[in-house]
Design a protein around this ligand. Structure first.
Ligand SMILES: NC(=O)c1ccc[n+]([C@@H]2O[C@H](COP(=O)([O-])OP(=O)(O)OC[C@H]3O[C@@H](n4cnc5c(N)ncnc54)[C@H](O)[C@@H]3O)[C@@H](O)[C@H]2O)c1
Length: 359
């Protein structure tokens, strides 16, 4: 079988991570043959580090000069719709980073294009590829622990994400950027559709870290209710400074389980007399989910032949709906039904106008 040619769109933090995974783990099955980023310096640097020969300033330029089997989209959320639709209409398979898009209209555009083209569209919810999370989902499906009653999920990120990701106008904020993963996990584990979300937020560190966007928050607590009656609480803190922390506790009708830990194990010590306790922590999401990110690329390449993805447009759209309803909840200080943001007339008024094109 010929090696799949992948165009990496975006040379930032995640573009580098996925390029490295493909370079180090896909062997002769796949190769990043081009990097696309309008930031030429960043693109050149990434290309040089991994011996990628082609560098382009835009996807259009890449499609004009290069030839690919698939693209990996790792750009800011407000660019996802246009890039995904362009790649899909060029007949390419797509791995699209979460959040799928800025709003439901954009998700629908991407889903419709993918259905028309019959390509594989995989969403970047890496927890779906993580051994512990997958084992937990299998335990639930086995019925041994019964039905989920309460899910408590938290994600705390170490440092501030890039500026575009802190502003609800350009990204839908931390609920989208950090806690999309918890929203997807809660829906996945309950196996049920969300009905309502209520989110409250705080801002502890924004002023000190220069995060000045209107409505910036670094702390959130969300309660999601599901059709099954299950309740989920989702906590988010970013920047947390102490490391990357992703943990879930699920109480079921016949038992409970926990997924995740603050660190990879190793030395845990309490030094007598000093009241000090040290424990290994994951410094970043790159460390906590290292194996899942590799598996994500392995399965994306396989999906180019099978057409089967583990997580796709339906799950991506559901998480975006929760993010939108959650943001309304923050701004209007009330619980919000998911049906409100599914209404075609719903307008996410806080988003910068350029992001609402097509809405
Ligand atoms: N799955 C995860 O664990 C995870 C972690 C972090 C970020 N993300 C997601 O990955 C995406 C990127 O995040 P990041 O942290 O790498 O951002 P980043 O800001 O570090 O990198 C984004 C890059 O995209 C480039 N870019 C902007 N517009 C472009 C365009 N039209 N074509 C090509 N390149 C363009 C920028 O110049 C920048 O270099 C976001 O959707 C984010 O939510 C996912």
């Amino acid at each position: 079988m010929d090696s799949k040619r992948i165009c990496m769109i975006g040379a930032g933090r995640v573009g580098r991570l996925h390029t490295k995974s493909i370079d180090e783990h896909l062997g002769h099955q796949a190769e990043v043959t081009a990097i696309v980023d309008p930031n030429r310096e960043l693109a050149d640097e990434l290309a040089a580090d991994f011996g990628v020969r082609e560098v382009y300033g835009s996807l259009d330029e890449a499609l004009e000069h290069g030839s690919f089997d698939g693209v990996v989209i790792t750009t800011p959320t407000f660019t996802h719709r246009d890039l995904a639709v362009t790649a899909i209409e060029a007949g390419l398979h797509v791995h699209l980073e979460k959040p799928m898009a800025m709003n439901v209209h954009e998700c629908r555009d991407i889903s419709a294009a993918a259905e028309r083209a019959g390509i594989a569209l995989q969403l970047g919810f890496m927890r779906r590829f993580d051994r512990d999370f997958v084992d937990a989902a299998e335990l639930l499906r086995s019925g041994r622990v019964g039905d989920p009653m309460i899910i408590k999920s938290l994600t705390h990120g170490p440092g501030l994400p890039p500026a575009w990701a802190n502003d609800i106008a350009t990204s839908n904020g931390m609920l989208a950027e950090v806690n999309s993963h918890d929203l997807d996990t809660a829906s996945w584990f309950t196996g049920s559709e969300p009905v309502q979300i209520h989110v409250q937020v705080s801002n502890f560190k924004g002023a000190d870290r220069g995060a000045t966007a209107e409505h910036f928050y670094d702390t959130l607590l969300a309660i999601v209710t599901f059709e099954s009656g299950a309740l989920a609480s989702i906590a988010g803190v970013c920047p947390a400074d102490y490391g990357y922390d992703a943990r879930v506790e699920v109480t079921c009708t016949n038992g409970m389980f926990e997924v995740g830990d603050t660190g990879p194990g190793g030395l845990k010590s309490i030094v007598a007399g000093t009241h000090e306790r040290t424990e290994a922590v994951y410094p970043s999401w790159r460390d906590r989910f290292a194996a899942a990110y590799v598996q994500e690329m392995v399965e994306f390449v396989a999906a180019m032949d099978t057409g089967q993805v583990r997580v796709g447009a339906a799950e991506g759209t559901r998480a975006v709906e929760l993010v939108l309803a959650g943001t309304v909840s923050i701004l209007e200080e009330r619980p919000v039904g998911i049906h409100e943001v599914r209404d075609p007339a719903f307008d996410p008024w806080w988003q910068a106008s350029v992001q609402k094109q097509g809405a």
